[in-house]
Structures are given as C-alpha cells and as structure tokens.
Design a protein around this ligand. Structure first.
Ligand code: FAD
Ligand code: DHB
Length: 390
C-alpha cells in the first residue's frame, strides 16, 4: 500500500489530521490498532479550547458539537469552603470553552473519514516505522493477522503515549523531560444532572476534586487519590461521600448523587519528547507529550500539533518550500511548554501531595487567595485555560 501521509493512531490527533489533509487535497491512510467501538467509547477529555472549536468548525466537523456541546463562560474555584468564579469572556476579550467529550469528537471525525476521506483501518497495528531519515519512510503493520507495509512520503505518529512511532527516533538525538506525581485521578461517570452549571475545581486538605459533565443529564467527576489506587477499592458510597466532603461550601451547596456507570484511575505525569520530528517522521499529540489533566490541555495540544503539520505540508505543496516543515518541532514545542507550565501550575495549585509541608500548604492557600483577589492573576488563568494561539 502507498500514500502521501501515513498516520499511526485514530485518536483525536490522527483523525483530525486525516480530515485536515483531506480538505487540503492530500491523501493519507490511518492505521489504528484497536477496534472502532473501543476508540469511540474511551472516556477521556471533555473540554475544548476556543481554538479547537474553531478548527473543528472550519474542518467541517463542528455540526453536532454546535448542536450538542455546552459553551462554558467560566469555572468555579473552591477552597476553604469558599467559591470563586473566573469569568472567561470578561477577562479574555470574549473567549470561552466548549464541553464536548473526546468520545463525541472521535465519533464525528470517524463518520466523516469513512464517508469522505481516505482509508481508516481499525485493528491495524503499526509494528515499526522504518527509513524515517530517508525520502521514503515505511510503516510495517499487521492487519487481520497479515503483515503489510505502508509506503509513505511522510509518517505522522499520532499513536499516543504507548505508541511505537517515537521508538524510530534514535535515543542519542532525543531528550526526554519528565515528572510523575504521587497521586492520580479516580474518574467517574454518573447518570445525574451536574450539580453546578459550570466546572468546579476544588482544593481541599483531603485532596483535589473536580466536577465536570458530559451532557445536561450526565456528570463526570474526579477525585485525587494516591498513586497506584485500584478504582474497585472504592465503593460508590465512599466515592460520593468523599466528593461531598471536598466540595462542601459554607453556603450549603449540595452535590446530587446518582448511579455510577463507569470508574477508572488515571496516573498523572508531565512528559515531553524533544525533538518532535526526525527526518520524515513527525510526532503529534500524546505520542510526543503528556500533561497532567488539571487544566484540560492534552487534547487541545494534540489539535495544535496536527494543525501545524497540515499547514506546513500544505505550504510545502503550494510553494515547494520545506521551511514550515523544518520549523514543525520548535513551533509545536513553544506551545507545548506553555501548556506544560500551566498544567503543572494548576496541578500544584489544587492538589495536596502526601508529603506536603505546612509551609507549602500555606503557599498554596496564598496562591488561591491571590487568584480570588487579583484581576491580573485571574486573567493569566483565563487566558491559559481558554487556550494559547495555534
Ligand atoms: P490518543 O487519544 O492516545 O490516541 C492514540 C491512538 O493510537 C489510540 O487510538 C491507540 O489505540 C492508537 N495506537 C497506539 N499504538 C498504536 C499502534 N502501534 N498502531 C496503531 N495504532 C496505535 N485533554 C484535554 O484537552 N481536555 C480534557 O478535558 C482532558 N481530560 C482528560 C481526562 C483524562 C482522565 C485523561 C486520561 C486524559 C485527558 N485529556 C484531556 C488528555 C487527552 O485525552 C489526550 O491528550 C488525547 O487523547 C491525545 O490524543 P492523541 O490522539 O494524541 O492520543
Ligand atoms: C475534564 C477533564 C479535565 O482534565 C479538566 O481539567 C476538566 C474537565 C473532563 O473530563 O470533563
């Protein structure tokens, strides 16, 4: 098989890239190791930055998002039983975010790709990228039990943190920057209307909690738990009781309980792989970088990467100049590191590490109070949350 761009992975980054290339008249083949329903059901991100919303609309993938997504103009910060709202449009000149689940973004992009785009092969596992530093890179893959080779002009590794594409970049050319956190998130989906109409980020001495949502009738909630926690060790009653404690306010706000339909634990890490390109192999999304989820940047960063690649390749096709492709890694990394910084700041602002000292506890409280009392501090949060420019 032969194509211009071989895309490994049909998560948000691979699917959106295929759509952007299709719209630019550039052919691609997407290889995805899992089956369609797995990709469509995997519960992950929920918040789209303004720029991501704009890109999906411009790509012709925004119709259902515009009908069913929930525009959010702010978030609530909660600490010391007090509530503080951050008003995004007022602080950023009109920017907001959209609550629309990653599962739905993927469903929309898969439907478009199957209807209008190039081949999208499920249960097609990439085994290795070969010849990345030649003019004809290849992806060796296995589909329906048979090994095959995809010959490409370019390969984009959109295969997430556990993918194979990164391994084709020689270790001596690579630098990895990493931090793991001594806690994770226990996430639940519950069939109950969200108890608040905006997201609530709560800091409590017992740890962080987040109230989010998937629709007007489905809540998504997270609890900070110790690293290595088994989700099954938490009963539904224990989860609700702990959420109630962490969200408690002085004004008697109430959390509605409902049937829990899913629960899982996510580890927290920051990770950056530099560079994001080797020859004709490009890395995009979680294949190149991970942020802890506080601040909701992962999917949005993946979108930034593939927009940058599609623009660069289109430029090369139109002008013959590879200057934007050559600038791919530094261009993406500038944005990546801003998101790494913001996600780290939000994580350390809102979580309590098990070995936190009394001094660090007081500093965290001072940072929260600064946010609640300074328009400059709030503006910094609102600008980063609603998104850095692509
Ligand atoms: P993935 O979504 O990981 O997709 C990679 C794809 O490649 C997968 O489908 C995988 O099956 C496939 N693959 C892997 N190896 C191979 C192979 N060898 N061959 C073929 N296919 C392969 N981000 C936000 O922006 N906002 C949020 O609110 C948010 N919340 C989150 C909450 C949680 C609990 C978690 C875990 C993450 C959250 N994120 C959030 C992060 C976001 O989900 C990820 O950053 C995003 O999924 C990255 O997309 P991706 O396409 O790069 O990678
Ligand atoms: C969600 C996840 C996040 O990491 C976040 O900061 C906000 C919302 C969510 O899954 O809804």
């Amino acid at each position: 098989m032969r194509t211009t761009v071989g895309i490994i992975g049909a998560g948000p980054s691979g699917l959106l890239l295929a759509r952007l290339l299709h719209n630019a008249g550039i052919d691609s083949v997407v290889l995805e190791s899992r089956d369609r329903s797995y990709v469509e059901q995997r519960q992950r991100a929920g918040i789209l930055e303004q720029g991501t919303v704009d890109v999906l609309r411009a790509a012709g993938a925004g119709d259902r998002m515009d009908r069913e997504g929930l525009r959010h103009d702010g978030i609530e910060l909660r600490y010391a039983r007090q509530r503080h709202r951050v008003d995004f449009p007022a602080l950023t000149g009109g920017r907001s975010v959209m609550v629309y689940a990653q599962t739905e973004v993927c469903k929309d992009l898969i439907a478009l790709q199957l209807k209008e785009g190039g081949p999208l092969l499920f249960e097609a596992e990439a085994l290795a990228v070969e010849g990345a530093d030649t003019d004809s890179p290849r992806v060796r893959f296995r589909h329906e039990g048979v090994e095959d080779v995809l010959e490409c002009d370019y390969v984009v590794g959109c295969d997430g943190f556990w993918g194979v594409a990164r391994q084709a970049i020689p270790a001596e050319l690579t630098r990895i920057f990493e931090r793991t956190y001594p806690f994770g998130w226990l996430g639940i989906l519950a069939d109950v209307p969200p108890s608040h109409d905006e997201l609530v980020y709560a800091h409590h001495d017992r740890g962080f909690a987040l109230l989010s949502m998937r629709s007007p009738s489905v809540s998504r909630l997270y609890l900070q738990v110790p690293e290595g926690t088994d989700a099954e060790a938490w009963s539904d009653d224990d989860i609700w009781a702990e959420l109630e404690r962490r969200f408690e306010t002085a004004d008697g706000w109430r959390l509605e309980r409902g049937p829990i339909t899913q629960k899982s634990v996510t580890p927290m890490r920051s990770h950056v792989h530099e560079p994001m390109r080797h020859g004709r192999l490009f890395l995009a999304g979680d294949a190149a970088h991970i942020v802890p989820p506080t601040g909701a940047k992962g999917l949005n960063l993946a979108v930034g990467d593939v927009v940058t690649f599609a623009r660069a390749l289109t430029h090369e096709r139109q002008t013959g100049s590879a200057e934007l492709l050559d600038a791919y890694s530094p261009t993406c990394l500038r944005r990546v590191w801003q998101a790494e910084r913001f996600s780290y700041d939000m994580t350390t602002l809102l979580h309590r590490a098990p070995d936190a000292t009394p001094f660090e506890d007081r500093l965290r409280l001072a940072r929260l109070e600064r946010l609640a009392s300074s328009r400059a501090a709030e503006t910094e949060l609102a600008e980063a949350y609603t998104g850095f420019p692509f």
